[in-house]
Design a protein around this ligand. Sequence first.
Ligand SMILES: Cc1cc2nc3c(=O)[nH]c(=O)nc-3n(C[C@H](O)[C@H](O)[C@H](O)COP(=O)(O)O)c2cc1C
Length: 409
Amino acid sequence: MLNQQPLNNLSGGDVGQLKYSVAPMEGFTTFPMRAWLYMVSQPESMTTPFLRVTRTHPDGQLPMLFAPELFELRGAFPYSLTPQLITGDVELFLQTADLLPPDVSNAIELNCGCPSPSCVGKHAGSGILRDPASFGATIERLISSLGPQRLAIKMRLGLDDPAEFNNLLPHVASLPLSQLTVHGRTRADRYRGKARWDLIQQAAQTSKTPTWASGDVCGKESAAELLATAPNITGAMIGRGLLRNPWVFEELRSDTHQKISITTLANALLCYALLNDLSITAPEKLIAKMGRGRLVSYCGSDAGAWERTTAELTEMVCRVPMVLSSGCSVLDIRMVQTAFARMRMLWSYLRTSLPDSFSSPKLMRAKTSNDFFSQLFEIARAESLNDELITLQHHTEWDELFGGTRGTS
Ligand SMILES: Cc1cc2nc3c(=O)[nH]c(=O)nc-3n(C[C@H](O)[C@H](O)[C@H](O)COP(=O)(O)O)c2cc1C
């Protein structure tokens, strides 16, 4: 197993002057994915997907899997975790902030970007950006209650027009936030079109808060392009780029595209599915195990490390330690359908960093994990890739599918 590096040895995570972190993505960067991403490429920092705060939710207690890294698993993982909340109501935000341990979470983030009509209609998410003065007043009230450098915000450029950003930015630029993250799109853009890195640079120049960019970073090439356009930013959050290539943080740290064998990739994917299975069927057992220091290890692209982790997880789920290997018939691994569905969803992004043959519809149509891995090994065999190391790399020709057109125009 590769050694787990303490966080302060990860300063190599800054390439040039940039730091990188895991962008919050509802439905993806939940606890099992965060634990898995740590095994895959050791990001330094992550943000939870938003927790929707309403009058009835959360009812005096945070969901167990919202941020166990700040509670039962405090100190177990070396990455820092910022909890994100979404609400347009200052009092409800503060009540929920009180449920978080004050000493471990360096900041709490307010989501000012979600485009969903149900948020916007309640002046939450990007709806909070409708009135610049009231946006500024809301943020000021939160800071005066939480204290300086205790609130982070993640905002879009505006609702309909990037020009709105010029009116919004002055209301927060001089406030003592802990972090300002700008997703360089408007609500109307949703997730399509190029993120406006030029406007993010403007925010970084104007704001007295460390400013982070969000949008369109998929690997070392786009990170270098971002840094050239926005040299004053502190860091970049990586969203869909990490789904397309979960090894991207290692790529950025080492400035090298990562290489992996198909068997190791298969075991890593299986681990992701099994972590999801356990988070659904036995979350307490999973947390207890991690609390004892198990399953908290960096595997990278190391075959042996992934085999050991796969064996440990299959033992927990199936009571028998098993690993995938291209030479053997595929194992009969039973898992809950949602866990497999989450793995397949990740795969729909990840395949775009691999050679084209892995985008076969047969894989996308697989109904079970056994079916999926048999097909995967069959493709590798047909392409004589079983014993090869495959380079994981951002292929710009897929960008249009995921909404951004950077690199194709
Ligand atoms: C499926 C999905 C879920 C998302 N959920 C959240 C969220 O919970 N909170 C948030 O601030 N942003 C959320 N975002 C926005 C991302 O954090 C990020 O700002 C956006 O995807 C742009 O970055 P990218 O081009 O690197 O994907 C989500 C994006 C996607 C695609």
